[in-house]
Write a new protein. Structure first.
Lengths: 462, 431, 272
């Protein structure tokens, strides 16, 4: 609530400044009969922005920073015996204190936790007051300085436009910031993971058996209870993606060919959106369907043929994922097939090709790079897909190529490890970040490559 | 001339002879295409009908009608209708007594079993009733209570009478009681008032989507408020303002790549940046909305750029020609003309965000939260996550409730997408 | 012949020699519609054996549309509908029994913009014989490719790089490649839809020369917007205006003594 009222106040002040700026310009023009460069409201807008932006920026910096600063300051309040104890971990202590601050108390925390939490609370109170005063003063002062600039020679429209252009530029940088944030959020934890677990063991180990255990901590000399060989996860991911693609590539490609070359415009108008619905269904729905309808169906039909199908099989997840991916392949391929110039088709038909020959011998070869790119994008989609595998593929890290068995994937391990309570600093939690790093590298690599192909392909016909 | 070309008559003969075979090939490819589309469409129909058939009964459940003696002394001992007073009252006991008068259980064991027949939300239901209508005090009125989920499943036929008692979730004794209630016409199958008004609950008969629904609305609002302005601003900057240079190229590459980053990775980023570094609380719609906003940003940017690009240069030239500044051209002409396309992209992005699960699991929106969130800072969950959680529960009745929740979610998604299509058709201009 | 003339000569407009003694293609009362728009109005004309005939007229007069009727290229346009009768050796090509594939093998086409396939020069020319199964073996195919390229006057220029991409050639070479590609299928008629409009004057001259030579082997119908070109390459000329065939006759006569006032207006540059 505090934040809300502060923001409201800042906004209110800036609107008042708008009025002053507007009025000042009006006075200059009508009473002093001066020639103004810009329209009145640009003067108001300039004063508004000069009041609003600095205080708003200050507010965000302060609110984001205070937690970080508190976390450093609280260190001196942690009792010595806790600091010196063997399993001391600052992150855990910090979480305990924060929970206590938020009023989430599990069992009876030690006295010093409640005490530090009280200290923390007083800091929060103080920082709120400081933030309030600072933002208030900033908004008034900067607004006033903006107001002082108003005179007949001041080009307020240009100034306002410059500010807005800058804001536009800043917002476009968000995309870069997000990418950096994504990489940063996994890279440090991954490095910490690779300190605990050797890189080659992670990449080439064939047993994945993470466990939360105190003894697992580095330095205690008892490694070996849990193992972090990611090969079964990669294999599982690969297996499920393979099943998915062997469903979606033929269906997607044939649909794309049919829709772009054979279908009447009416058929196109009906079936193209229908296929795209498949892409709009939430993955959790697919997961539910895979787990509760497809998997039991496969199991019972498997036992009919004397096959033993696991209740959570790679096949069920892969099949349903394949259906989900159909529209990615079909609409992307449809796009690239349509990008093949009509003149090439005309040339084919003019020579007396059947549609079949035109499509297979002229259009598809010409569109091949684009089709390949769409398939690569679909693979990256399959590798990164989470909910279906979490719900339908199971968690057993089997190293198997048998689609009837349960396997697990990179994404489903990430979810299982990071959902719910985590132990900070344990190799298990950190392993999720290492997995995420590999996932990002794989998907980004594929995406880069696919976009590169598409770019080249498009240049060919431009 | 040494003429290796075949003479036309011969050529046309050859072509004519092979044409049947070639036509057959052609038809085969056409058939494959039809089969592929047919398969996809059949699957779609199968998926929808399977979910609908499973989910439709989830909107209904079995109720028992009991004659309740609204004794104020017992329900509201302090007589002020305060929560405390009602909590100390004997609502639960009164309901049990009303039940006992009908089925007349003998012995402690039978009574104990009978008590569990009516959903454990019975006391809350009764107290809510008197709160909203104190006139009920002193009367004896019939009230409908939800039956326990196992009895519900029994009445639907999922738990079979023929199964031996030891393998069944409900005892012979209870079946006898149910039969008795049924014979007196006190059991009814009605539209569930829990599915829409209830919140997360471990008791399937009381579970509903209200909390998740409001959580979704709050999360989506945050997402929209962040993603739309940012997306439009970025698109405008890249299309109208920025010169083509290394930086804009880098931005473009970044946007395209973000569109391909798996959604779960955005969740990890939210966990690491917003929660760990910025110290924001877990499970709140604010963080969820921020994560989803970053995730939908590429969608909005890409479609907004396409919309801006579709505005013909002649419009800009006309505005520049009468002396408008760049910003005036952008805000007075380009953005209004591109708005339909931008809105369409935004709605599609929002639909994506509404159905997204994995990133929200990462930031802890999977917590079991009974209260309906009132603000973006209250812990909450969202519809797809609720579906994910329910799908994990063992009780039979949760399958129906999950499917019902899916129907509601799909309903929203389809109407959002339909609205986007309508908007595009209605407002799209052909230049 | 006389009977036929009675049947079809209900033409209020067309003047000149619509009919040809040694006709390859006969179009009778052809109407073409795009949706509800009539693009071609009641056109009757013969295309003679081994004759070069050009269709001229202002842009939008329907000459290209009419040309595309001869090998049913209009089939690829959904809204397009063709009425009337076009016969190739007394067979109505719009008959339901007729398959367009063998028809198009007999009536080749060269398009306005050179459209070589993104394949090698060799594969471009070999495409037609391959799909139609015209070649017995590799040597035969090589022979067909060579012969076709020679006829198209391209052999000298490309024989050392047959396996390089067809799209890498210059515009004029590409267009000749497209002509070679059409010849390789051994058609009887070649339709050319403004084949030189995308080319520079030197390339145009080469193509025109080529058309002139090919006229000894094939019936060629050429649509052009250039009267000079029509005068240079064709023996007969047909003048179209607003979807109607106004006048047909010997090229010389059309350009020197047009019978119809509209033709005269066009020739003298009043319509254009």
């Amino acid at each position: 609530m505090f934040n809300f009222y502060l923001l409201l106040l800042i906004l209110l002040i800036s609107f008042i400044f708008f009025y002053f700026g507007f009025r000042q310009a009006h006075i200059l023009k009508t009473l002093q009969n001066q020639k103004l460069h810009s329209l009145f409201h640009y003067y108001g807008l300039y004063v508004l922005l000069s009041s609003l932006l600095p205080s708003l920026g200050l507010y965000f910096v302060l609110t984001i920073c205070d937690d970080v600063v508190f976390a450093y300051m609280i260190k001196i309040y942690i009792p010595l015996d806790v600091l010196n104890s063997k399993d001391y971990n600052f992150n855990i202590v910090l979480a305990q204190i924060k929970n206590s601050v938020d009023g989430l108390i599990f069992g009876a925390p030690p006295q010093w936790v409640s005490d530090t939490a009280e200290i923390w609370k007083t800091w929060v109170f103080k920082s709120n007051i400081v933030t309030f005063i600072l933002c208030f003063i900033t908004s008034i002062i900067s607004g006033y300085f903006g107001f002082l600039k108003i005179n007949s020679k001041f080009r307020s429209r240009n100034a306002v436009e410059r500010i807005i252009m800058t804001l536009l530029a800043i917002s476009s940088v968000i995309a870069i910031l997000t990418t950096i944030a994504i990489i940063f959020s996994v890279i440090f934890e991954s490095i910490r993971f690779f300190v605990l677990i050797p890189f080659d063991e992670f990449l080439f180990g064939t047993v994945w058996n993470p466990q939360f255990e105190g003894a697992e901590r580095a330095g205690s000399g008892q490694e070996g209870l849990s193992q972090y060989g990611a090969v079964p996860l990669f294999a599982g991911t690969f297996l499920i993606s393979f099943i998915a693609l062997s469903v979606s590539i033929p269906i997607g490609l044939f649909s794309a060919i049919y829709l772009s070359e054979y279908a009447t415009s009416k058929e196109r108008a009906i079936f193209k959106p229908l296929l795209e619905i498949l892409a709009g269904i939430p993955t959790v729905v697919y997961g539910f369907f895979a787990a509760l309808t497809v998997a039991p169906f496969l199991r019972s039909s498997g036992s009919f043929f004397g096959l033993d199908v696991a209740s959570e099989s790679a096949l069920a997840a892969g099949l349903v994922m394949g259906i989900m991916i159909i529209p990615f392949i079909s609409s992307l391929s449809d796009d690239v097939i349509n990008a093949v110039p009509q003149s090439l088709r005309d040339a084919g038909y003019g020579l007396g090709s059947t549609k079949n020959e035109t499509v297979l011998k002229i259009v598809l070869p010409a569109a091949l790079p684009g089709v390949v790119a769409s398939i690569i994008l679909a693979v990256s989609r399959a590798v990164g897909e989470t909910m279906i595998v979490v719900m339908a593929a199971g968690l057993a890290a089997n190293l198997t190529a048998n689609p009837l068995e349960a396997v697990t994937t990179v994404t489903s391990q990430i979810v299982t490890i990071l959902v719910g309570d985590q132990e900070f600093e344990s190799a298990k939690t950190l392993s999720a970040f290492a997995l995420a790093l590999t996932l990002i590298i794989i998907t980004l690599g594929m995406n880069f490559y696919a976009l590169h192909i598409v770019k080249k392909y498009k240049e060919q016909y431009e | 001339m040494n003429n290796k070309l075949i003479n036309p008559t011969r050529a046309s003969e050859i072509v004519r002879n092979s044409i049947a075979k070639r036509r057959a090939k052609d038809n085969r490819l056409k058939l494959y295409g039809r089969i592929a589309i047919g398969f996809a469409v059949c699957f779609l129909i199968f998926l929808f009908s399977s979910i609908f058939i499973k989910g439709y009964p989830g909107f209904f459940q079995y109720y028992v009608t009991l004659d309740i003696n609204f004794d104020r002394e017992r329900i509201d001992p302090q007589g002020d209708l305060s929560d405390n007073s009602l909590f100390n009252g004997e609502a639960s006991k009164i309901v049990n007594e009303a039940l006992f008068t009908i089925i007349d259980p003998k012995g402690r064991k039978a009574k104990k079993q009978a008590k569990k027949m009516v959903s454990s939300g019975k006391d809350v239901r009764l107290t809510n009733l008197v709160k909203s209508n104190p006139n009920l005090f002193g009367t004896i009125s019939s009230v409908k209570f939800a039956l326990d989920d196992d009895i519900d499943s029994f009445l639907r036929g999922y738990i079979k009478r023929e199964t031996p008692e030891s393998e069944r979730r409900i005892s012979d004794q209870i079946i006898k009681f149910v039969d008795k209630l049924d014979k007196e016409g006190r059991i009814s199958y009605e539209f569930s008032d829990y599915i829409l008004n209830g919140s997360a609950s471990g008791n399937p008969e009381m579970a509903g989507i209200k909390g998740a629904f409001f959580g979704s609305i709050l999360t989506l609002s945050v997402c929209l408020l962040i993603a739309f302005p940012l997306g439009v601003a970025t698109a405008v900057y890249l299309e109208e303002v920025a010169k083509k240079n290394k930086i804009t190229e880098l931005i473009e590459v970044n946007i395209n790549n973000l569109a391909a980053v798996p959604s779960v990775v955005f969740g990890i980023m939210g966990l690491a940046i917003f929660i760990s570094i910025f110290g924001m609380p877990r499970s709140i719609p604010l963080v969820g909305g921020m994560v989803l906003a970053l995730m939908t940003l590429p969608t909005i940017i890409i479609s907004s750029r396409a919309a801006i690009r579709a505005v013909p240069p002649s419009v800009r030239d006309a505005a520049y020609g009468i002396g408008a500044s760049k910003l005036q051209v952008i805000f007075h002409h380009v953005i209004p003309l591109a708005m339909p396309g931008m809105l369409t992209g935004t709605i599609i992005g929002m639909a994506q965000a509404l159905g997204e699960t994995a990133p929200l699991l990462m930031i802890g929106m999977v917590a079991f939260i009974v209260d309906v969130p009132n603000s973006v800072m209250d812990p909450g969950t969202v519809l797809p996550v609720q579906i994910f959680m329910w799908a994990d529960f063992a009780e039979r009745m949760f399958i129906q409730k999950t499917s019902a929740a899916i129907i509601i979610l799909l309903g929203f998604l389809i109407s959002m997408n339909a609205f986007a299509i309508y908007l595009r058709k209605k407002l799209e201009r052909r230049w | 012949m006389i009977n036929e003339e009675n049947d079809f000569r209900k033409l209020d407009l067309t003047v000149g020699d619509v009919f040809s003694k040694d006709a390859r293609l006969k179009a009778r009362n052809v109407n073409v519609f795009y949706g509800n728009n009539k693009a071609i109005d009641n056109v009757t004309i013969d295309i003679g054996n081994k004759e070069v005939i050009s269709f001229i007229g202002p842009s939008g007069c329907g000459k290209s549309t009419f040309l595309r009727c001869f090998n049913r290229m209009n089939d690829t346009i959904d809204t397009c509908r063709v009425e009337g009768k076009i016969t190739l050796e007394d067979e109505n090509i719009y008959d339901r029994k007729i398959d367009v594939v063998p028809l198009r093998a007999r009536i080749g086409m060269v398009f306005q913009k050179p459209n070589p396939f993104p394949k090698s020069i060799y594969d471009n020319v070999a495409y037609g014989p391959r799909i139609h199964g015209l070649c017995e073996n590799k040597d035969h195919l090589d022979g067909i490719v060579e012969q076709s390229l020679k006829r198209a006057g391209l052999w000298e220029e490309v024989n050392d790089r047959l396996l390089s991409a067809g799209t890498g050639l210059s515009g004029g070479q590409q267009q000749r490649l497209c002509i070679a590609r059409a010849i390789a299928v051994s058609p009887e008629v070649i339709l050319m839809d403004e084949p030189c409009s995308a080319l520079d004057p030197i390339a145009t001259a080469k193509i025109e020369e080529l058309i002139h030579e090919l006229g000894n082997e094939y019936s060629i119908v050429i649509v052009t917007h250039s009267m000079q070109q029509a005068a240079r390459v064709s023996k007969r000329t047909a003048y179209f205006h607003l979807g109607k065939l106004i006048e047909v006759g010997k090229t010389k006569n059309i350009f020197t003594r047009p019978k119809h006032s509209q033709t005269e207006a066009y020739i003298s540059g009043k319509i254009g």
